[in-house]
Design a protein around this ligand. Sequence first.
Ligand code: NDP
Ligand code: 2IT
Length: 443
Amino acid sequence: MSYVSEVLDKISKKYPEQAEFRQAVKEVLESLSPVIEANEEKYRKEAVLERIVEPERQIMFRVPWVDDNGQIQVNTGYRVQFNNAIGPYKGGLRFRDNVSLSIIKFLGFEQIFKNSLTGLPIGGGKGGSDFDPKGKSDREVMAFCQSFMTELYRHIGADVDVPAGDIGVGAREIGYMYGQYKRITKTYEGVLTGKGLSYGGSLVRTQATGYGLLYFTDEMLRSNGKDLKGKTVAISGAGNVAIYATEKATQLGAKVVTLSDSTGWIYDAEGIDLNAVKEIKEVKRARLSEYTNYRPNAVYHTEGNVWEIPCDVALPCATQNELNLDDAKKLVANGCIAVAEGANMPTTLDATKYLQENHVLFGPGKAANAGGVATSALEMSQNSERLSWTFEEVDKKLQDIMVNIFRKLDDAAKRYHMNGDYVVGANIAGFEKVVEAMIAQGL
Ligand code: NDP
Ligand code: 2IT
């Protein structure tokens, strides 16, 4: 049995219930086979794979809080500190009802390689809770965030572990958590990123994941003799990543025609009106069904999904496993030329394979959506030097980082004679740096 198969087998037996985590590990390890085989003796001796698939530390805790009816509610909090070989643990917090240890471990595992690809000194971690801020009052969200931080604070620090946002965690939640951290520890430090601009946040962090996704996609297209001008783009999600992906895609001359949330999706043949979406989602925190009030010619659907709309470029920006094999077949049949993942692991393994076999350019999330965490690392730098950079400065650094990430994937794929396979390229380029650091630092 190959080393990769042995480790995958162990993971399956040890964590049979962790489907998302096993999926993420399988995707990474199988694509790393050429590198593992070329270094098999050394890697086996160092137990590199066994070490990299096991989090350094995982913390689970009770989060009690009081709702607006005076009733005590209890949620589960998580922080998985996966790997700090190249820097302090770094990665978002997800607040969503389906959050489980498996989901946090898959996200933390992906984060190791993503953070490595940015070229910045950040290790991999992720956390969150099965609490969903949707439909809760501001006071309830604050009560939850304060209780969550009352335990989390003892495990994090500006040079230890620096959480940020993810699904369900935006500026509001970060603000409440930052306030509680400061109050408990008496320290004003860059322990969270995605902070408000008035208290240490970085310009461009709000836009960074969506903008970065488009900088990456543009580079991937250009390197294949194409570009975004005049292209029709299908985007899923209507949150932080989807909104700023839509904004940048439009600025780069493409037309975005779809968005979705967990209750339905919209098709606007004339191009999404982003001001309407921002008002619905960022101001009112409402459902996307309201969009047709602003744009009567748009269509709102509750059946099917955005991937049935013909597009040149598809950008899944909502959640894991939202683009499956049937969706991939529709995209190919409709002439889609590129898919780039704004979300983490939105494309199922069989769908990814089908897209690649049908010559659709495929940008994996750990590369394509790395602009968010990269800009978080820039926020950490600004906090450390107690300075704030201009929008143009941060945006320029973000563009350079995304272009460099694409070059790293492209080079790594070429080195192993898998030209154009950016999945393999991302995994190899991300893995090599972390493993070198792990081996250098001993057990
Ligand atoms: P938000 O909470 O801002 O938005 C999430 C969007 O996706 C919402 O429209 C939400 O709909 C929808 N969604 C979430 N879960 C589901 C589901 N199970 N089924 C259908 N729709 C769903 O999150 P972000 O935009 O920050 O995150 C989106 C994705 O991008 C995630 O995969 C995240 O891990 C990834 N990501 C985020 C980064 C960041 O900087 N924020 C960085 C890198 C990756 P609804 O409103 O109905 O809940
Ligand atoms: O998945 C991700 O990279 C994020 N949610 C952003 C993490 C961060 O630390 O900014």
